[in-house]
Ligand binder design. Structure first.
Ligand SMILES: *Cc1c(COP(=O)(O)O)cnc(C)c1O
Ligand code: SF4
Length: 347
């Protein structure tokens, strides 16, 4: 089941009575049915028992979550599959590495209201849902105190008041967790509130859901997205070309038809996409789906993820190799998030 999202806790001004027997939307059923058991994950992918102890240990730190639609893109029997490596915990997660911390971005100090992160000029990040449809092992929010950041109804009003008063804000970024893990009634309400703030121009949604459960892009979502007067940007999170199958391409087409500009951010991950051919194929594949590469992030030093690290030198070398092969508009910007800086830092 989906845990309660921050919006769940508070707002239900638009709640319609749900008649008994009403079926949940397909995407919610798929989310509820996601694999959350290390043994099931290993069995389904025909991995040897050698992988199980690491999976169980990592699962205890940050639970496994893999929807079927994503699992279907993983090659069974291949422990090095680049999609599997993003979701399968390894023993290496137990290693404590110097410099790797619980809150690498120091976000705890930039939350003027619960569920609101205001670090950059003109943009605010709203934690619209504490959960994700997939749990990525390298996630910099793997230790984020979501429960503490789940605002009550009164606190959401307080957040909206903050946004109404600060006329320098142009853009609301829905983030999480994954904001699209919240239900459409909640999102429709929130987006309507944001659209009513006259100094707001843009709505940005940072999400991995259309990638891991493409059925998330359904008529309800397209309804509230299409209705808002705000300009819309959807920033997807795709790390490897194998993540983009035909269902993902169709979901992207629907988002574009609703008026959204599609961008992608990736994380540079050792053993997954730290090779020029993979990154080139990723950019090409993204564009086939109507998505432009935006950021390529170096790993945030979050405890438990050091085994994914790629050195700055290697990262720069990869960018050079990409520049020799790709048109400029298919080049992602290689960046790092440095706590205290007023923007992402180019490498
Ligand atoms: C990354 C980020 C943004 C958005 O930055 P852009 O460079 O505009 O994509 C906004 N707020 C926070 C807290 C962020 O981490
Ligand atoms: S979808 Fe994003 S926020 Fe969620 S676990 Fe993956 S990287 Fe983290």
């Amino acid at each position: 089941m989906i845990t309660r999202s921050p919006i769940d806790v508070q707002t239900t001004p638009l709640q319609d009575p749900v008649s008994p027997g009403t079926r949940k939307p397909a995407w919610q059923r798929q989310l509820a049915g996601a694999i959350r058991d290390p043994r099931v994950l290993c069995e389904r992918l025909r991995l040897s028992d050698a992988w199980l102890p690491g999976a169980e240990t990592g699962h205890a730190l940050f639970e496994i979550r893999v929807p079927e639609a994503y699992l279907a893109r993983i090659r069974p029997g291949d422990p090095h599959d680049p999609l599997l490596r993003q979701v399968l915990p390894l023993n290496a997660e137990m290693h404590q590495s110097p410099g790797y911390t619980l809150d690498p971005l120091n976000e705890a100090t930039h939350t003027p209201r619960r569920g609101l992160i205001h670090k950059y000029h003109g943009r605010v990040l709203l934690i619209a849902s504490p959960t994700c449809a997939v749990n990525c092992r390298y996630c910099f929010r793997r230790h984020f105190p979501y429960a503490e950041n789940a605002p009550s109804r009164a606190q959401w009003q307080d957040t909206l008041d903050y946004l109404r008063k600060d006329t320098s804000i142009r853009e609301a970024i829905l983030s999480g967790g994954d904001p699209l893990a919240a239900n459409d009634r909640q999102l429709a309400w929130l987006v309507e509130q944001l659209g009513a703030i006259s100094h707001f121009k843009r709505l940005r949604i940072h999400t991995r859901l259309p990638v891991v459960i493409p059925d998330r892009v359904d008529p309800k979502l397209l309804g509230w997205l299409g209705r808002t007067r705000l300009q819309k940007v959807v920033v997807l999170h795709i790390n490897h070309p194998n993540e983009v199958d035909n269902a993902v391409i169709k979901a992207c087409t629907r988002l574009k038809e609703a008026g959204a500009t599609l961008l992608n951010q990736s994380v540079l991950l050792h053993g997954i996409n730290d090779s020029a051919p993979v990154l080139i194929a990723l950019s090409e594949r993204l564009f086939e789906a109507g998505i432009l590469p935006y950021y390529l992030h170096v790993l945030d030093p979050v405890q438990g993820a050091a085994h994914f690290d790629v050195s700055d030198e290697e990262a720069r070398g990869l960018m050079e190799a990409l520049r020799e092969r790709l048109p400029g508009f298919l080049m992602p910007r290689l960046v790092r998030e440095v706590p205290g800086k007023s923007a992402k830092t180019p490498l």
